[in-house]
Design a protein around this ligand. Structure first.
Ligand SMILES: [Mg+2]
Length: 255
């Protein structure tokens, strides 16, 4: 069944909605620098309408740090999941993975900072429960060096490497990912909905979102943004289609 028809049908009879959305590449177009990925006011407006619906709950789950993500979206009544879901907050939810500590990252952060001068263009970002090595501005012929440095530092142990768009995120190895986080968010948020039945929707564009597509199989409407191979049930071309989908759901849920 086509995606829009399915959502119209499932949401039309008073069901609740839990929408879990990735940020970069899903709500904002991918841009040359992560700092420039700002949310369009029209998209923010639609998200606010959806979050304000009595029978809808909205979560935004990202590899970004929690404070950064929250500042970019800047909406109340939204649940935010930062560092691939290691930290979740909003709408009275407070979660931090019990085995993820900032101290797990100290040695790696220091080793990365020491290696940085050897990779021109690379940049470090401290996200609290993750440390990220950005290499978008590293020349293509030096990118193999970036991977080698990342892998060498990773061998110190305790952390796992999550590759993203021109970034390596070092996160505590605690068996957590966007899939586990999305399942947790969905169950928490469903219990706060007045409706007996709730549709869970997950949309994302990155490799890290694949863990959520798999974890939510048969439990959610999963949507991949872009053209890469995916475990998601549906596929859309880009941010514009996601926005159209959110607008449609906001209208359905408000009526
Ligand atoms: Mg993304």
């Amino acid at each position: 069944m086509r995606l829009l028809d399915r959502l119209d049908q499932e949401l039309g009879d008073g069901a609740g909605l839990v929408a879990i959305l990735d940020y970069d590449g899903t709500l904002t177009p991918l841009v040359a620098s992560p700092g420039a990925a700002t949310l369009a006011p029209s998209v923010r407006g639609t998200l606010a309408r959806l979050a304000g619906c009595e029978r809808a709950r909205l979560a935004i789950l990202s590899g970004r740090g929690l404070a950064d993500l929250r500042a970019r979206v800047a909406l109340e009544d939204v649940v935010y999941g930062g560092c691939h879901g290691l930290e979740i907050a909003g709408r009275d939810l407070h979660f931090r993975h019990p085995r993820a500590h900032r101290s797990c990252l100290t040695a790696t952060r220091r080793a990365l900072a020491a290696a940085l001068p050897s990779i021109p263009g690379a940049r470090l970002e401290w996200k609290g429960l993750a440390v990220s090595l950005h290499y978008r501005r590293v020349s293509p012929r030096r990118r193999l060096d970036v991977r080698k440095v990342a892998e060498r530092i990773l061998r110190r142990g305790g952390l796992t490497l999550v590759p993203g768009h021109a970034v390596f995120d070092f996160v505590p190895r605690v068996g957590w990912n966007k899939g586990r986080a999305a399942r947790w968010i969905a169950s928490q948020m469903k219990s706060t909905l007045p409706a007996r039945r709730a549709v869970v929707l997950y949309a994302g564009d990155d490799t890290t979102d694949e863990s959520a597509f798999v974890a939510l199989r048969g439990r959610a409407v999963t949507i991949c943004v872009g053209t890469k191979p995916t475990a998601a049930e549906y596929r859309v071309r880009g941010v514009r289609e996601i926005h159209a989908l959110l607008r449609r759901m906001a209208s359905t849920m408000a009526s």
